[in-house]
Design a protein around this ligand. Structure first.
Ligand code: C5P
Length: 232
């Protein structure tokens, strides 16, 4: 999988996505999330692929094992490069997900969401009734994902270090919450710079607004890419 920063295409329409992408003259790695996919469907993915870009389809599947397995068989036909599920769906669900996916395309990587970064430790205890620390809960799901045969997890860069210690360097740690020095944090709470994410063990970073809302997206992308890859 490409090591370049994964650009989160959080736009409202296919037109906006395409005019953003047409500014770039190089292959990118982009993330399409559920808001966009539910509106545009697979057509958007075909247009992005036609430009030569890699796609992380971030739909976070979570259902009974049979349903997720069958849904993954469908996603495997979309020519994407990376997909994901919620680890909370359990080991059987994750196993069926990877089986379904690889039936049609064994090249696609699959990772698990551990705990959403919007979940607080208080919610973990009071709503999910998980009485461990957030770190332990995240690590538990990362280990479960690895046992199920998944390629990695989505996590905070601040959790990447302990996951690396437990699950190894090659287990993917795809981390949002990235902000270059002196840039606006928006609604992200626990942020790190691209350099620090690299040091903490992230294998891939996801960056949205610092690039998509920049006055010069191409320049911002290259600055982030340089600082991310310089120690990699
Ligand atoms: O604009 P920004 O860089 O904050 O975008 C981060 C992207 O990563 C968004 O698409 C957001 O939905 C996604 N994401 C996140 N935190 C997670 C999982 C996904 O910020 N835990």
């Amino acid at each position: 999988m490409r090591k370049e920063p994964i650009i989160a295409l959080d736009f409202a329409s296919q037109d906006e996505v395409m005019s953003f992408l047409h500014q770039f003259n190089e292959p990118l790695f982009v993330k399409v999330g559920m808001e966009l996919f539910y509106q545009t469907g697979p057509e958007l993915l075909k247009s992005i692929k036609a430009l030569g870009h890699d796609i992380f389809l971030d739909l976070k599947l979570h259902d009974i094992p049979n349903t997720v397995g069958k849904a993954m068989e469908g996603l495997a036909k979309l020519d994407v490069d990376l997909v994901n599920v919620h680890a909370a769906g359990g080991q059987d669900m994750m196993k069926r997900a990877i089986e379904g996916l690889h039936k049609h395309n064994p090249q696609i990587k699959i990772i698990a969401v551990t705990q959403l970064t919007s979940t607080t430790e208080e919610q973990l205890h009071d709503e999910q009734n998980i009485q461990t620390s957030m770190e332990e809960a995240v690590l538990n799901y990362a280990v479960l994902a690895q046992k199920a045969g998944l390629h990695g997890v989505v996590c905070s860069p601040l959790e990447a270090k302990i996951i690396q210690e437990q699950c190894g360097k090659s287990f993917l740690k795809v981390t949002p919450g990235i902000r270059p020095k002196n840039s606006a944090t928006h609604d992200q709470k626990r942020i790190t710079t691209p350099e620090d994410a690299q040091k903490l063990g992230s294998t891939h970073i996801v960056v949205g607004r610092p690039i998509t809302q920049s006055d010069n997206p191409v320049e911002s992308y290259h600055q982030i890419k340089e600082s991310w890859l310089k120690n990699g």
